[in-house]
Design a protein around this ligand. Structure first.
Ligand SMILES: [Zn+2]
Ligand SMILES: [Zn+2]
Length: 346
């Protein structure tokens, strides 16, 4: 067997090289997976621009985290998988023993293990992820569909944390891949969706996902009145912020009705501050959530959702590129807001 492979190595800000590296070795309990599809993600673009991610990746490092592929080797002690299996593995796994893990808040695990390196011919899946967050891809589910499981698990958890019920009206601010996934999933859950975006192309995509109302929101505009006009003057039951900017966090609070729920889903840059009217929070009983990451239960649920065909790659992936073009792809995604996902095929 060959010993070298082509992989993307992130060295720092906008510094990425596609180069030969050693094929990762595996220990007991690990899997070696031949990557068949790796999807670009807003987080990767952010990491590429900033050169690091405090929790997920410290350069120089292998890069990319949404993947599906074929098992080529299994470490000693692995019983659920064998070479040839089609698998999807999440990008992290909790320890299962700490304060948070014992309270089913595994996304806040004190020792969350992250795995990067999806933009490569092969990736090592560490034992802990093999045990808790790796699944056989069901027949009929493509590699690209399966690779959506990780972001979908985050979105699904974010949506359920709002207590959404069929018939609720939900506003989604920001229509990148994550915002669009909220639109699509909220429709699956039976909600009426108001989609707010800055570009007509994004609104067109949201319409394709089933959004009921579309609001074009130019820079610096406050669509509060427009949203109230669509909700009998009350405001929405649930507002999802999927941009990751202080201004839109503040906007989200203004869009909900009394007793409504906000989910600040988009992570803002470090040191961001927001201002919220305290009286509004209190006398209007607005609930605020800020969901981060996923848990093993939601990885499982997201795979079921993909298997039922409720979420599929054809809605979210609009380009395929070879690994050798990754640098151009990242530059393109960085300079074009409102992009979709690209499937990297190593
Ligand atoms: Zn991602
Ligand atoms: Zn833990």
């Amino acid at each position: 067997m060959k010993t070298e492979m082509l992989a993307a190595v992130l060295y720092g800000r906008e510094d990425l090289k596609i180069e030969p590296v050693a094929i990762p070795g595996i220990d007991n309990g690990d899997l070696l997976v031949r990557v068949k599809a790796a999807l670009t993600c807003g987080t990767d673009v952010k990491v590429f621009r900033r050169g690091y991610h405090a929790r997920m990746i410290v350069p120089p490092a292998l890069f990319g985290h949404e993947l599906a592929g074929d098992v080529v080797a299994a470490g000693e002690g692995v019983e659920r998988f064998r070479p040839g299996d089609r698998v999807v593995a999440a990008n992290s796994a909790p320890c299962g023993r700490c304060f948070y893990c014992l309270r089913e808040q595994e996304n806040l695990c004190e020792d969350l293990l992250f795995n990067n390196g999806a933009y490569a011919e092969y990736i090592r899946i560490p034992a802990r992820i093999v045990e808790t967050n790796t699944y056989i891809i069901p027949r009929g589910v493509t590699y690209q569909d399966a690779a959506l499981v990780e972001p979908l698990a985050c979105v699904m958890r974010g949506l359920e944390e709002t207590g959404v019920r069929a018939g609720d009206t939900l506003a989604v601010i920001g229509l990148g891949p994550i915002g669009l996934m909220f639109v699509r999933l909220a429709k699956v859950y039976g909600a009426r969706v108001i989609a707010l975006g800055r570009r007509q192309s994004q609104l067109d995509r949201a319409a394709g996902m089933g959004a009921d109302e579309l609001l074009l929101v130019p820079d610096a505009a406050e669509p509060v009145d427009a949203v109230r006009a669509l909700t009998s003057g009350r405001g929405v039951d649930i507002a999802i912020e999927a941009v990751g900017a202080p201004e839109t966090w503040e906007l989200a609070v203004k869009l909900v009705r009394r007793g409504g729920t906000v989910n600040f889903f988009g992570g803002c840059p470090n040191d961001s501050r927001i201002g919220i009217e305290a009286a509004l929070l209190h006398y209007s009983e607005v609930s605020c959530k800020a969901s981060f990451h996923h848990t093993p239960a939601y990885i499982r649920k997201a795979l079921d959702c993909v298997t039922r065909g409720e979420i599929s790659a054809r809605d979210f992936v609009n380009r395929e590129e070879p690994l050798t073009n990754l640098l151009e792809v990242m530059r393109y995604l960085m300079s074009h807001n409102g992009h979709m996902k690209t499937a990297i095929l190593p």
